[in-house]
Design a protein. Structure first.
Length: 221
């Protein structure tokens, strides 16, 4: 026995960068964790990291991460340290780690894994979780819907999908594929309704984006 061998019986500090200390049940060959279906529908969404000041309590909402990835990276890298921020609300949409078509597929697969792992981790601590679904192009369809039970309520964002015609086309194709594979009874949609006409495929509950809320508030003053 070496003098340091006892130390390796457990991983030190921040050594486990891939969170292998806790693995969750999976329904797919990739081992992407499965987020258990929940029928919870939040009345409001709050971005991760935003302080909430209210005397009415915080029931009925959920935390979202439709933000730049660096703003919520700690949900993955420090899951226990950040757990209380989600527990304070009681519900969360699994982290929206980006899937862009110009990302290597390995990165897109990894970000899908992290999305579901954090969601499953939250559920293991009694938090209500709605899976956030993201995709890029047709190549991502093999894995980007994994870890979500058929008939689950899901969450998406439409922020930026109208930036150009190609992005809109990719979004529409992926949305149609998602509805075909997951068959969600309800889609929670953060962003702008625009011309997407998502209601042609599913029942949709819309949540205004942060900037739209600010613009609307300014109009009222």
């Amino acid at each position: 026995m070496t003098k340091t061998s006892d130390n390796w019986k457990s991983l030190p500090g921040n050594f486990d960068k891939v969170n292998s200390f806790m693995l969750f049940p999976s329904d797919n060959d990739y081992g992407i964790p499965t987020i258990t279906k929940d029928d919870y529908v939040p009345e409001w969404l709050v971005p991760y990291g935003q302080r909430i000041r209210t005397d009415k309590g915080m029931d009925g909402g959920a935390v979202h991460t439709f933000l730049d990835d660096y703003r919520f990276e700690t949900l993955w890298s420090r899951p226990f340290d950040t757990l209380s921020a989600i527990k304070n609300i009681g519900a969360g949409l699994s982290p929206d780690f980006s899937l862009f078509s110009n990302f290597p597929l390995a990165v897109q697969l990894w970000n899908t894994y992290r999305n579901r792992w954090v969601g499953a981790f939250w559920q293991s601590h009694g938090i209500k979780v709605i899976p956030t679904i993201g995709w890029s192009d047709e190549r991502s369809y093999d894995f980007c819907f994994c870890g979500v039970e058929e008939g689950s309520i899901v969450a998406i964002s439409t922020v930026g999908v109208n930036s150009n015609a190609w992005v809109s086309t990719l979004f529409r194709r992926g949305y149609f594929e998602m509805t075909k594979r997951i068959k969600p009874p309800l889609v929670l949609c953060y962003g702008h309704k625009s011309l997407l006409k998502l209601e042609e495929y599913n029942k949709v509950k819309w949540y205004p984006s942060y900037w739209k809320s600010i613009k609307d508030a300014r109009k009222e003053t």
